[in-house]
Design a protein around this ligand. Structure first.
Ligand code: PLP
Length: 351
């Protein structure tokens, strides 16, 4: 008499973001901007009108149409989910048969491998080079040799901040029969999207999220954009009421203000560029101590000696960044947050 957890879950630990009262959070790549008061009020008003006793619209039609309009897409090519995390889970669970192979690239977003593990799929992982680059050809070749059924990667990449060119992504899509899932969670902060092509290929899915540029990590909303055959399949396998009514109301309200969304995104890009320039200044003073590349997302990925120590020292000053082995991933914050981070960082690096 003893129920045993199966081996795929017995060793897992719940995801534990750093908790506690830290005045500066630069660890989760959220937007540092809150919604403007007017839009916030309108969101609250529209949530008041929600029929709480009724199930939500199962396909979040209004939101999908507004999101499609925002990107000049056909609304039929968009499916919404409870955060893009849910969509990743849906795609891996439904589009791969048990044991079929997923190709991922390292370093990349850890959830891809995580879901593949939960759904008992095999993972083939290719390593990027020391500049965090990998060629389309290498991916295509490996997909062929290993007979993978799905290729999944983020572009721009979390955590490296690097972006693969649109031409390279197209080359991958055209060079394989596998389903290619391009997670564009950070594509609002740069160019090179293939979202406009999702309807043109029968093996491409482009993922987007409301958690980063759209400033709404709290409502949990993600999207998959793909051709109608795949869109239909996703709708058929997702749980029917996956996006709740309050999320739909909030997202729709924000999407009624496309210019405001774009100007907020611009502010985040400015913040990232500021952080980058100032960090280059610190590096010029201590060239041996840190190294990093230009980022195309809303964070920097910085290699430093004793990264654990730097992380802990920042933390003790009330600043949380993401510790990732030899690297720290630092989200672009408000001007004040950036300045506090930069001066603390320099002091710590100086030693
Ligand atoms: C933040 C992030 C997401 C967004 O996930 P949500 O569940 O929509 O919050 C997806 N992919 C990557 C690579 C991310 O960094």
């Amino acid at each position: 008499m003893a129920y045993k957890l199966n081996e795929k879950i017995s060793e897992l630990e719940p995801y534990q973001p750093i908790e506690g009262d830290y005045p500066i959070r630069l660890d989760a790549n959220e937007s540092f901007l809150e919604l403007p008061e007017e839009i916030h009020k309108q969101v609250m008003k529209n949530i008041m009108d929600v029929d709480f006793n009724r199930y939500p619209d199962p396909t979040a039609k209004k939101v999908c149409r507004a999101f499609a309009d925002f990107h000049s897409l056909d609304a039929e090519t968009v499916v919404a989910s409870n955060g893009s995390d849910e969509m990743l889970s849906i795609l891996i669970s439904a589009f791969l048969m048990k044991g079929e192979k997923l190709l991922t690239i390292a370093p990349d977003f850890s959830m891809y491998n995580f879901y593949a593990h939960i759904y008992e799929n095999q993972v083939v992982t290719l390593q990027k080079d020391e500049n965090y680059e990998i060629s389309a050809n290498e991916i295509i070749e490996s997909a062929k040799t290993e007979q993978v059924k799905m290729i999944m990667f983020s572009n721009p990449c979390n955590p490296t901040g690097r972006v693969m060119s649109r031409e390279e992504v197209i080359k991958i899509v055209e060079g394989t029969d596998a389903l290619v899932v391009v997670d564009e969670a950070y594509m609002d902060f740069c160019s090179g999207s293939v979202i406009d092509l999702a309807d043109k290929y029968d093996n491409l899915i482009v993922m987007r999220t409301f958690s980063k540029a759209f400033r709404m990590a709290g409502i949990r909303l993600g999207f998959a954009v793909s051709g109608k055959r795949i869109t239909n399949a996703i709708k058929a396998v997702k749980s029917p009421y996956n996006v709740n009514s309050m999320t739909q109301a909030a997202a729709f309200t924000l999407l009624e203000n496309p210019d405001e969304i774009r100007s907020a995104t611009e502010k985040v890009i400015k913040s990232r560029d500021y952080l980058y320039e100032k960090m280059r200044g610190i590096q010029a003073k201590y060239p041996k101590k840190i190294s990093f590349q230009e980022s195309f997302a809303n964070f920097l990925f910085i290699k430093t000696d004793n990264s654990r120590d730097v992380f802990e020292k920042l933390k003790s000053r009330g600043i949380i960044v993401r510790y990732m082995g030899e690297n720290l991933r630092i989200t672009a914050g408000s001007p004040q947050e950036n300045d506090k981070l930069l001066s603390a960082f320099e002091e710590i690096i100086k030693g």
